[in-house]
Write a protein that binds this ligand. Structure first.
Ligand code: FE2
Length: 281
């Protein structure tokens, strides 16, 4: 392990909450534990097989100034927006939406029973792009490249590039994001380069793992914020693990939040509310 390998900066368990029409979720980023991990504004994890906890979905609502990323592990979500786009996100599929100057959308469960599990990540846009044209990058699981690792594990690459060069379909020149769904077998170790200018985190989907030189166990449902460095070393325990590894270039700009709008100043947030009220989205 090199001396520039990232170590654990903090481990958080998320805070239970709800959003949309009473969808139960755990908020890791954007809540009281971790307000922001620049450029990431929010990370919600939803996962329940109790229909009452998800059936209300996320009815029509606006966004401006950032990107929303939906990645599903189980269940299906139908999205619709005011630009006429519509589709269903299925397990292993991703929808990377650039809200830019404004979009009004809904995300509703395409099921009435069974498990619904997935992630919603908010990625900030630089000031120069906050009012850009809205856009989508949507990819079904079959186009997501899977890299098989020598130790038996695998990496589903959604965005970014692995050490071996496997590159995800999502492109983004603003924060150069890195979003990978990684499976490791028993006692398997993965070393992955991450640009030094990026903030990074690991979310443990299943099992348990260690990071860097620490022997602290990071367990299912934990989010581990990584410290600075050029790479990260992840090791699974005897039962194997599944995790998300996510990173993005820091923007270092002022952040003004107002519900579904994230701008640089309070005045810009107020303008967003006014534009939405006046049907300018
Ligand atoms: Fe949304």
């Amino acid at each position: 392990m090199s001396e520039t390998s990232r170590e654990i900066l903090g481990i958080i368990q998320g805070v239970e909450g709800s959003d949309g029409a009473d969808v139960k979720l755990r908020r890791y980023i954007g809540g009281p534990e971790l307000n922001i991990l620049d450029p990431f504004l929010m990370l919600d994890v939803f996962g329940t097989d109790e229909p009452n906890d998800y059936i209300g979905g996320f009815p029509s609502h606006p966004h401006r100034g950032f990107e929303t990323v939906t990645y599903m592990l189980a269940g299906q979500m139908r999205h619709k927006d005011n630009a006429g786009n519509e589709g269903v996100i299925i397990p292993g599929g991703v929808q990377w939406m650039t809200a830019g100057r404004g979009i009004v959308h809904s995300e509703m469960p395409e099921q009435e029973a069974g498990l619904m599990k997935g992630f919603q990540l908010w990625v900030n846009l630089p000031a120069s792009e906050k009012m850009c044209e809205p856009g989508y990058q949507e990819f079904p699981p079959e186009v997501m490249p899977v890299e098989e690792l020598q130790g038996g594990g695998s990496i589903n690459v959604i965005a970014g590039k692995t050490n071996a060069g496997t590159t995800g379909p999502v492109t983004n020149a603003h924060t150069l994001p890195f979003y990978m769904d990684i499976r490791l077998g028993a006692n398997e170790e993965l070393d992955q380069r991450i640009d030094e200018s990026h903030n990074a985190f690991i979310y443990v989907i299943e099992g348990a793992l260690n990071v860097g030189s620490s022997d602290v166990s990071i367990d299912e449902g934990d989010l581990c914020v990584l410290g600075e460095g050029k790479s990260v070393s992840i090791k699974s325990d005897a039962n194997g693990t599944r995790l998300l590894l996510v990173a993005g270039k820091t923007l270092d700009e002022p952040v003004a939040r107002g519900g579904p709008f994230v701008m640089n100043t309070r005045a810009e947030v107020m303008q967003a509310f006014e534009d939405y009220q006046n049907n300018k989205f």
